[in-house]
Design a protein around this ligand. Structure first.
Ligand SMILES: [Zn+2]
Length: 489
């Protein structure tokens, strides 16, 4: 048997000294496997170049701008589509990349898929794919929103992926979006663990604890695979490399989604306001539920746009987890939907059909209805467009609640301050009510110490040096590679 150690190489192509843009190339010589773990983009850098409505001319432009990796540099052939045609299957030459693992449906982890050669297998969770597809379908098709005809291979927790004999256990974690996963990759140099983005203070934090337990016991792979004695021995030696997210390693806030609910409750008790504009990340399902529940409880209307309604409808329709059925676009009658013009898009048509078919047409509003709307209402906003501003009755008391994802933004540009400033002349005060999608310093350190990896590589953090300081007197060796540097194990 050939020597199996020292045979993997990790290259961090993104997520180094930065939040977002995670892309890790894992090469295992013994298994002859080349794999990307996530294929993200740094959204903020992208938005520094392209304004709203502006798009790159092609993938070369994004490579030149250092937003996506250059294939020559990493010896990957045919990584990208040769021709960019939307909605069409394009015959491409096969790539030597064996697959791309996508941890969760935040664009800073999957953006690159728009450009990827359609022959490359994309491994992701059943619901993760569904959210990516729903998001894609409820936005205009563009060069950067092209998640059609990908070679999807979906999994659930408990499944094992087998890539040329190399086993991978995907396992759920709690984050600010549903369907987030970490990965345990059983390489020929030992287990490599990738956390993806995670937290331990969310409503589903038990999922993160189960992932941690899996990393410590390797239960799934040990009970469901026939492993060679050497593979078992490698596993018994413990985790070789932990690639751990560190978004909040330098600054923690003691918080929870439960706090968000309790704090919102405080706003609604003795509430002197007539309407509230609220902003959070559209795919933050927990936050959506929290706001919807509070509106329902206090008898307020909850107003969302048609696009939001369509997105949530798609997720409701194929919900696997009970939590994804609540709120329910079809049956929750306190949810009102803002119509926008005539149905120009297929999705617009669809959402109107399903609501009217249920005789719930009364839940559609036009912007001009806002002025004369009976009772108190919440409006979900991602930005302030003129249609909304023109039609709100500012002789009534309004409030703005910012409840977005973490300020650096994982999905789109954080325009909270713009909104706040635009509302000031109308005398609209603002609050911030929030809980992060990322683990606190406490939770990260304890998590790492429980795993006790031989090597630790921080990712998705602007403060990787914190890890070096925090673990300086530990047996865990912290590695801080530069972007595009390779490390061999
Ligand atoms: Zn994320």
């Amino acid at each position: 048997m050939e020597q199996k150690s020292n045979s993997i190489r990790l290259t961090l192509l993104g997520g180094v000294d930065e939040v977002g843009g995670n892309t890790v190339l894992l090469e295992d010589k013994s298994y002859d496997v080349r794999l990307f773990i996530d294929f993200g983009i740094k959204i903020r850098n992208y938005l520094n170049i392209y304004e709203r409505g502006q798009y790159p001319s092609g993938v070369e432009e994004l490579i030149q701008a250092n937003l996506l990796p250059a294939e020559e540099r990493i010896s990957i052939q045919n990584l990208y589509l040769t021709e960019l045609k939307l909605e069409k299957v394009i015959a491409s030459k096969p790539s030597n990349l064996d697959g791309i693992l996508i941890s969760h449906p935040h664009k800073d982890h999957y953006f690159g898929l728009s450009f990827v050669n359609r022959t490359i297998p994309i491994y992701t969770g059943v619901v993760t794919k569904r959210i990516i597809r729903a998001f894609c379908k409820s936005e205009r098709s563009t060069i950067i929103n092209n998640f059609n005809n990908l070679n999807w291979h979906t999994f659930r927790t408990g499944n094992i992926l087998d890539i040329k004999g190399m086993k991978i256990t995907p396992f759920h974690v709690d984050h600010s979006v549903p369907a987030a996963y970490g990965f345990i990759i059983y390489t020929s140099a030992g287990p490599v663990v990738y956390t993806g983005d995670f937290r331990r203070h969310g409503p589903l934090s038990n999922m993160t604890e189960e992932f941690l337990e899996e990393v410590k016991t390797h239960n799934t792979v040990l009970t469901s695979c026939e492993l060679e004695p050497e593979q078992q021995e490698l596993i018994s030696e413990g985790v070789k490399v932990l690639i751990c997210e560190g978004t909040k390693i330098s600054k923690g806030i003691v918080e929870s989604e439960q706090n968000v609910e309790e704090n919102l409750e405080k706003i609604f008790i003795n509430n002197p306001f007539d309407f509230i504009l609220v902003k959070y990340d559209r795919i933050d399902w927990d936050r959506f539920r929290t706001f919807s529940n509070i509106a329902k409880k206090y008898g307020w209307k909850y107003i969302i746009t048609e696009k939001d309604a369509y997105f949530y409808y798609l997720l409701n329709k194929k919900a696997i987890h009970e939590t994804m059925k609540d709120p329910n676009i079809l049956s929750d009658d306190h949810i009102y939907i803002l119509k926008r013009g005539s149905a120009n898009y297929k999705w617009q048509d669809k959402v109107r059909q399903v609501i009217y078919r249920r005789n719930k047409g009364n839940r559609f509003l036009n912007h001009r209805d806002l002025k004369s709307l009976e009772g108190k209402f919440l409006v979900y906003v991602t930005r302030l467009h003129n249609g909304l501003i023109r039609n709100l009755d500012f002789s009534k008391r309004g409030l703005f609640i910012s409840s977005s994802v973490d300020p650096y933004s994982e999905e789109f540009y954080d325009n909270t301050n713009n909104i706040r400033n635009r509302l000031k002349p109308y005398g609209i005060p603002s609050y911030r009510v929030h809980a992060s999608g990322h683990a606190t310093p406490h939770d990260i350190i304890n998590f790492i110490e429980e795993i006790k990896p031989k090597f630790l590589i921080p990712i998705h953090t602007e403060n990787p040096d914190f890890f070096e300081k925090l673990f300086q007197s530990s047996d865990i060796k912290v590695l801080l590679p530069n972007k595009n540097d390779s490390i061999e194990f």
